[in-house]
Design a binder for this molecule. Structure first.
Ligand code: DAH
Length: 339
């Protein structure tokens, strides 16, 4: 029996010494100390011994068990430390490696220009409103004094959803929508996307943006319109900017004008930027047509007002000296991040 016990102990110790991974140590534990393990079996065979031999034998088995357990624990500690060391090595962080950059977005030149226009008009007490991009023909044309077969409809050919519903060609229909609400006085701007069936080139796109403006109150005159747009031009393009109002025609305003600003590149002397004229056209405007007021439920004898419409891309291209509108839509970050 003693021989057997010694053999078991030596065998267990040898297997523990050879174990290279923790799992293997566990196997050793089970096969020697477990319920069906060799030591346990030996203990069970004690009943074959003479009763007086049993206590001494029992003690020997327990001692052997303790020795194996101590050895196992030591080996386990060593292997655990080794495993941790390997893990740390594998997960080592090289603080000298270049960081992975998270590319942060950038505001689009259109957005920057829109926010600038909004800032200027909010400063003058205007409200910023929105209107639908899919619009009734009624609002896009009829209520703006552009009846069926009016030649202005030709210039603003668009995408028809059906005979009564279009993709709006201008932000002007929002004028009619706001006036119809009947809350007076009105002082609003409305930025938004508009559509026309235009071919893409350096200055045209089937989808672009406008900012509409509308003021309605008692005693509003053309002088208010001029003063407002002059102030806008100065804030947008610089303190020395001069404005010029050229007579023009829009169906929904009377009188109407187009506004030029003195070239902020050459100061008005004439350069490549302003094509030698010293002036750059930036918007259309006028006094709200009495007929438009009537169609929108406002009494033109009591109220007057002015309106204007700015092309947002035009402002962005001018402000950032971009010579091709297509660049604004390509979303090439190398281009966009310059602004
Ligand atoms: N909607 C016009 C266009 O797209 C621009 C415009 C001109 C708007 C005069 C106005 C205005 O409000 O009064 O060409």
């Amino acid at each position: 029996m003693q021989e057997k016990l010694k053999k078991i102990r030596e065998e267990a110790m040898a297997q523990i010494d050879h174990a290279e991974v923790l799992d293997r140590l566990n196997d050793v534990r089970v096969s020697f100390l477990g319920k069906k393990g060799e030591l346990t079996q030996l203990l069970k065979s004690m009943k074959n011994l003479a009763p007086e031999e049993r206590p001494a034998f029992g003690q020997m088995v327990n001692e052997t068990r303790a020795q194996i357990e101590t050895h196992l624990e030591k080996a386990m500690k060593v292997l655990e430390e080794k495993a941790l060391e390997q893990q740390l090595k594998a997960e080592e962080i090289d603080v000298t490696l270049p960081a992975k950059k998270n590319p942060v977005g950038h505001r689009h030149p259109n957005t920057i220009a829109r926010e600038e226009v909004e800032r200027i008009f909010i400063g003058m007490g205007y409200e910023v409103v929105e209107g639908p991009e899919i619009e009734y023909d009624l609002y896009n044309f009829e209520k703006l004094n552009i009846p069926a077969n009016h030649p202005a409809k030709d210039e603003q050919d668009t995408f028809y959803i059906n005979k009564d519903i279009v993709l709006r060609t201008q932000t002007s229909p929002v004028q009619a929508r706001v006036m119809e609400q009947g809350k007076l006085p009105i002082r609003m701007i409305c930025p938004g996307r508009v559509f026309r069936s235009d071919e893409v080139d350096a200055t045209h796109s089937p989808s672009f943006h406008q900012i509409e403006g509308l003021v309605v109150d008692k005693n509003i005159t053309f002088a208010d319109l001029k003063g407002t747009l002059e102030q806008f031009a100065k804030e947008m393009f610089g303190e020395n900017t001069r404005t010029k109002f050229r007579p023009h025609h829009f169906p929904f305003t009377e009188p109407s004008a187009e506004v030029d600003v003195s070239c902020f590149k050459c100061g008005g002397k004439g350069c490549r930027f302003c094509k030698g004229s010293g002036w750059i056209e930036i918007l259309g405007c006028g006094m709200v047509h009495p007929h438009v007021f009537e169609m929108c439920g406002i009494d033109p004898k009591e109220y007057t007002g002015f309106a204007f419409g700015v092309g947002l891309e035009r402002i962005a291209l001018l402000k950032y000296e971009i010579d091709d509108m297509r660049l604004l839509y390509e979303n090439d970050t190398r281009f966009l991040k310059q602004f």
